[in-house]
Structure formats: structure tokens, C-alpha cells
Design a protein around this ligand. Structure first.
Ligand code: 5AD
Ligand code: SF4
Length: 463
């Protein structure tokens, strides 16, 4: 229902931290609120509700939230002095993990809600209005996906995210996700396919399937069958208009033969995979409770490359997990050298309250963590630069998604997820949504620059 007559306009500003799942969740929070008459505001100063969608995965997450809340408190007080209202909601994984603590430290917050209850936000806002601050960090029996309205607030665009799975049952020693996101659940295939069709109608050409453990997806499928992710990808690849598919984040344990074969068989499945390994040391992997060894990871990489020789690999690494010795760290460097990554994320281990590793006696000193992270990042950066440089002179397809930073340039993504910049003589926006062949001219550490293929003759004449 939209707000009528003289009622104050409902304007919400959503701040998002963390992973792509949080970006997706923020869009769905916006959808829920749009269905309740709220419009999006670009800035907190222009809103009467601010939602902080938070991330708890690594260090200082909660501190960042409290410092942002301090700023919003001043804004709220200034508003109140003018007789106007600003309501504040804290959502996401920090809210789930520290619900009571948030209201104790920031009693001016109106609503605290976890990742599984944001479909209840309009009701919670109404309750807070009547009764004062409310917390809802349940893991409800109903799934939020059944209560979310069809996407409204989302702007659409050629690149879209679609959550198909949530939660994690793996309980790695260092990780808060099983506690903040709850047990693994998969959305039924029919719901995923219907949402994919909606996204395509709104202009999506590339869809990234999201899940904390996306390749653990198992779903009810048409005809009473039970599908794995490989079968879901095959069905999605068959939807007219779906040109590109990706999925993230995967666990090595769930990288089954069918999924590897999908990389061979489905041209729409992009040759890029984010497959976190965390460490190259079997002793550390065991301590982490990862359920795979270094050799298992290398075997999966070998099979993936046999299926799709140009597949580019990405990973997550943690250095300085409790008990990690210098020799363990060397094993991580050896694994990185053996694989050759196109890109990767690496972090110093940070104890997360409530996780088993946080209580371990053999914590690694900060200075060792720092030195190991620097050495690992230097190696990963070298590999990323080498990977990007190997693209120079090659032709590849790019899906253009927007204007580049420089005037007259458009930017898109290569099949390997690198940002690619081209000069766009007809204006960058004319290219948005198109998949075009380009030739790579040069490589930077984090992006490529290219020329559109049709400009080839002119380019050739000038030389
Ligand atoms: N400390 C450091 N890094 C962590 N990650 C998850 N938990 C921690 C932690 N306690 C990293 C892992 C994971 C990524 C999303 O964040 O590498 O794959
Ligand atoms: Fe966390 Fe991933 Fe391990 Fe699950 S599999 S506990 S999400 S690191």
C-alpha cells in the first residue's frame, strides 16, 4: 500500500556490509519495504528509516556497526529536536549474533532482526512504534522466501544475483556462519526457475546463484525428482535469455562429478570458480574441520581443468589459524604454487566469539600472522598479475554493465570475472546489457583494457 494524502513520506536508506548474499538480502529488504509503501533514499539524511545490514564474518564487524550507529544517533537526535522521526534497524549477521548487546549499547535502535526474519520487518516496525525497541533473531519454521514479494525495488540490470541456498552445516572451527545463518536449506527448483525468469524479464543476462554453501544445494524438482546443483544449472541454462551463469560460494566437499561435468557441457556456465581451500596444510585443515585435505583440492582442480581447460580459479585463505606452524604455512604457499590462482582473498585468522577455534590455547602471535599474510598476498598478487597479462592479445566476450570511471568508457566483465574497460564511441550506456567480442589491449593488476572487435579495421589502419 502506498502512503496517501498528508502522511509523511516513507523513505528508507539501506547500508550493506559484507558478502554478495548480504547485497542480495538488502535488495529483498528493499522489496519487502517497497510493498509496504517505502521508497528508497540514497542517503541517511534523506530517509526516515535507516537499515544497517551487517556482516560478522571477520574482525571489527561489530565495532564498525557501533561507530555507524553513533553517527546515526546524532542524526536521530537532531531530527527529534525538529519534531521529526528517524527510525533505525540493525539487520544481518551482527544483529543475529549480538542482538541483546546491540540494544544494551545502542538503546536508540528501534528494531534488531536476523537474516531469517527480514520478511517480518514491516510488522516489527509497527510493533516498535507501539511498544518500543524489538528484537527478532528467530530461526522461524516458515522460510522468508515464501513471504517475499516479487522483486519491485530492484532496478534490474544485466547482472543479477539469485539466492538458492542458505546456511551451513559444516561448522568449520573458525566460522560464525552456521550460527548466524542457521542450518543448510535449499529453495525448491521451481521457485528458483521462476525467479530466474523474472530476472531475465527485467533485463538480466547473467545470473549468479548465491549460497553460503551453494554447491550443497539439493532441491525438489518437477516430477518429484531430487536435483543437485548440476541439474539446476542445466535447467537454468535452458531459459531463453540466460546467457551466463555463475555460482558462489562452493565447498570442495560438495564439488561432485556432475557439477564438474556441467563445466564441460554448459557453455553458459562461465569458466570461473571461487572454491575456498583456506589452507594447504593437512594438519591445519583437520583442525579447521574442513573435511578435505590439500590433495583432495588439487584433484578437484585437475578434474575441473580436464573438463574446462580455461577455468580460472579463486579461493579464500586464512593464515594463522590456531596451531598453524611455519611449516603449515609453507604448505599453503606450496598449494598456491601448485594451483595458480586467477585471484583470491586472504585473511588473518580472527577469533569469532562462540566458535571452537576462538578458545584454542595455541593462538598464533599477531606478528606471525602479519608476516604470513604479507607473504601469501605477495604470491597471490603475482599470480593474479600473471593471469591478467596472459589475456593481452586475446579475444573474448564481455557483458557490459555500466559506464567506466573514465569519460566515454564502458565497463563489463570477462568470462573470468575481470573488469574490462573499452572506449565506447556511441556512449557507454549504449553498450549496457550487450555481450560483445573484444580484443584485450593491456592488463592492470585488477582489470583489463580492450577494444570492441568491430573497431578492429580502423585500429589496424592507424598502425
Ligand atoms: N578469521 C579470518 N577469516 C575468516 N573467514 C571466515 N571466518 C574467519 C575468521 N574467523 C574467511 C574465510 C571464508 C571467508 C568468507 O572469510 O576464508 O571463506
Ligand atoms: Fe563457514 Fe564455509 Fe565452513 Fe560453512 S563451510 S562453516 S560457511 S567456512
Amino acid at each position: 500500500m502506498s502512503v496517501g494524502g498528508g502522511a509523511p513520506q516513507r523513505r528508507v536508506h539501506v547500508v550493506t556490509w559484507g558478502c554478495q548474499m548480504n547485497v542480495y538480502d538488502s535488495e529483498r529488504i528493499a522489496d519487502v519495504l517497497a510493498a509496504d509503501g517505502w521508497q528508497m533514499a540514497e542517503d541517511a539524511s534523506d530517509a526516515n528509516l535507516v537499515v544497517l545490514n551487517t556482516c560478522h564474518i571477520r574482525e571489527r564487524a561489530a565495532e564498525k556497526v557501533f561507530s555507524e550507529l553513533g553517527r546515526l544517533r546524532r542524526l536521530k537526535e537532531a531530527r527529534a529536536a525538529e519534531g521529526r522521526q528517524l527510525r533505525l534497524a540493525v539487520a544481518g549477521c551482527v544483529a543475529q549474533a549480538e542482538g541483546e548487546e546491540i540494544l544494551a549499547r545502542a538503546p536508540f535502535v528501534d528494531v534488531v532482526l536476523g537474516p531469517q526474519t527480514y520478511h517480518r520487518l514491516p510488522g516489527l516496525l509497527a510493533r516498535a512504534e507501539r511498544e518500543g525497541a524489538v528484537i527478532d533473531t528467530d530461526f522461524p519454521a516458515e522460510t522468508k522466501f515464501d513471504f517475499l514479494p516479487e522483486a519491485r525495488a530492484r532496478t534490474g540490470g544485466p547482472v543479477a544475483f539469485l539466492a538458492i541456498q542458505e546456511g551451513c552445516d559444516k561448522f568449520c572451527s573458525f566460522c560464525v556462519v552456521p550460527y548466524t545463518r542457521g542450518a543448510e536449506m535449499s529453495r525448491p527448483a521451481a521457485a528458483v526457475i521462476a525467479e530466474a525468469r523474472t530476472l531475465v524479464r527485467r533485463g538480466a543476462r547473467e545470473i549468479t546463484l548465491l549460497g553460503q554453501n551453494v554447491n550443497a544445494w539439493r532441491g525438489e524438482a518437477p516430477g518429484g525428482k531430487n536435483w543437485s546443483l548440476a541439474e539446476l544449472l542445466r535447467a537454468l541454462a535452458g531459459i531463453e535469455g540466460v546467457a551466463r551463469l555463475r555460482y558462489t560460494t562452493s565447498h570442495p566437499r560438495d564439488m561432485d562429478e556432475g557439477l564438474i561435468a556441467a563445466h564441460r557441457d554448459l557453455p553458459a556456465l562461465m569458466p570461473f570458480l571461487h572454491l575456498p581451500v583456506q589452507s594447504g596444510s593437512d594438519a591445519v585443515l583437520k583442525r579447521m574441520g574442513r573435511k578435505h585435505r590439500g590433495a583432495d583440492y588439487l584433484r578437484i582442480v585437475e578434474k575441473l581443468r580436464a573438463a574446462r581447460p580455461d577455468i580460472a580459479l579463486s579461493s579464500d585463505f586464512i593464515v594463522g589459524h590456531p596451531g598453524e606452524s611455519e611449516a603449515d604455512f609453507e604448505a599453503t604457499l606450496a598449494l598456491v604454487r601448485a594451483v595458480g590462482f586467477a585471484q583470491a582473498f586472504s585473511f588473518k585468522y580472527s577469533p569469532r566469539p562462540g566458535t571452537p577455534a576462538a578458545n584454542a590455547a595455541d593462538q598464533v602471535p599477531e606478528k606471525d600472522k602479519k608476516a604470513r599474510l604479507a607473504a601469501l598476498q605477495a604470491l597471490l598478487r603475482e599470480q593474479q598479475i600473471r593471469f591478467n597479462q596472459a589475456m593481452v592479445g586475446r579475444r573474448m566476450s564481455v557483458l557490459f554493465a555500466g559506464a567506466g570511471r573514465k569519460a566515454g568508457q564502458a565497463v563489463g566483465r570477462s568470462p573470468y570475472l575481470q573488469p574490462v574497460h573499452v572506449d565506447a564511441p556511441a556512449g557507454p550506456l549504449a553498450l549496457v546489457g550487450q555481450i560483445r567480442e573484444v580484443r584485450i589491449l593491456s592488463a592492470l593488476p585488477n582489470s583489463l583494457s580492450a577494444t570492441l572487435d568491430r573497431e578492429e579495421p580502423a585500429f589496424a589502419c592507424q598502425t
